[in-house]
Design a protein around this ligand. Structure first.
Ligand code: NAD
Length: 251
């Protein structure tokens, strides 16, 4: 165990069979939380839970479907009676130049990355807003392209920027219930399904530009999420934390 900062906490991580989601789940487990692993495919969830080990439990479901989101949260409530940490991590890309982007490519990316987070926050509201003696946490996984843009990502950059708007509005709405809502904006994170889908030369070119000299890893993201999920970040809400090895430092 890395620490016991999250002992007795129950966390739900969406898209947790994927690269970053699994890194987040592993770190939350290592800090003492029980982690509910959500992803689309039940078999992929089962494999992730087996890899993650004790404390991980599966709750497959489609974040784009409000009924599915409600069912996942009903299960969390029935099995654990509480939810302390919600990580909206599920996301997809459909990159391409805007003038050739299909309606479907726009819709799918918004449905998973933005509407999915809305569905989960709404379904989790009764558990997250219930009286408690500690802060509850929502952490939305945005992207540094939401803040800086990147060619070929109009759909993704817009959805991830929308997620920042959702983060700030909900931070203000739920502050009185001591629910902290923050966003994380990673740069290039290697070793995930999403980066594997991009051309290797593009990944190498971006990695070369990172001032800290390397791409990030799912473990880097897990460490930042664990901080936001912990009492160490109780006085932080409505913020966007960039995690990109210094790419965003103004020159
Ligand atoms: P990934 O493809 O490995 O993981 C994404 C996971 O989301 C997959 O397991 C996928 O099955 C799941 N998912 C897709 N649609 C879903 C749905 N409808 N319901 C439930 N789960 C669904 O990619 P990743 O890089 O680990 O991405 C995780 C998050 O990190 C995404 O939101 C992504 O946009 C964000 N991100 C990634 C990078 C990067 O460089 N890899 C950078 C910034 C932000």
């Amino acid at each position: 165990m890395v620490s016991d900062r999250l002992a007795d906490r129950v966390a739900l991580v969406t898209g947790a069979a994927g690269g970053i989601g699994r890194g987040i789940a592993a770190r939350l487990l290592a800090e003492g939380a029980v982690v509910v692993v959500n992803d689309l495919d039940p078999d992929a969830c089962a494999v992730a839970v087996a890899d993650l080990g004790a404390g991980a439990v599966a709750a497959p479901g489609d974040v784009t479907d409000p009924a599915s989101a409600t069912a996942v949260l009903a299960r969390v409530g029935a099995d654990h009676g509480r939810l302390d940490i919600l990580v909206n991590n599920a996301g997809v890309t459909r990159d391409g130049p805007l003038h050739r982007m299909s309606d479907e490519d726009w819709r799918v990316v918004h449905d998973v990355g933005l509407r999915g987070a809305f569905n989960l926050c709404r379904a989790a509201a009764p558990l997250l807003r219930a009286p408690a003696d500690h802060h509850r946490k929502v952490i939305n996984i945005s992207s540094n392209v939401a803040l800086h843009g990147a060619p070929g990502t109009a759909n993704y950059s817009a959805a991830k920027a929308g997620l920042i708007g959702l983060t700030r509005a909900l931070a203000r709405e739920w502050a009185s219930r001591r629910v902290n809502v923050n966003a994380l904006a990673p740069g290039l994170i290697e070793g995930t399904g999403l980066t594997a889908a991009k051309p290797a030369e593009l990944i190498a070119r971006v990695a070369e530009q990172v001032p800290l000299g390397r791409a990030g890893t799912p473990a880097d993201v897990g460490a930042a999420v664990a901080f936001l999920a912990s009492a160490d970040a109780d006085y932080m809400t409505g913020q966007v934390l960039e995690l990109s090895g210094g790419l965003e430092v103004p020159v």
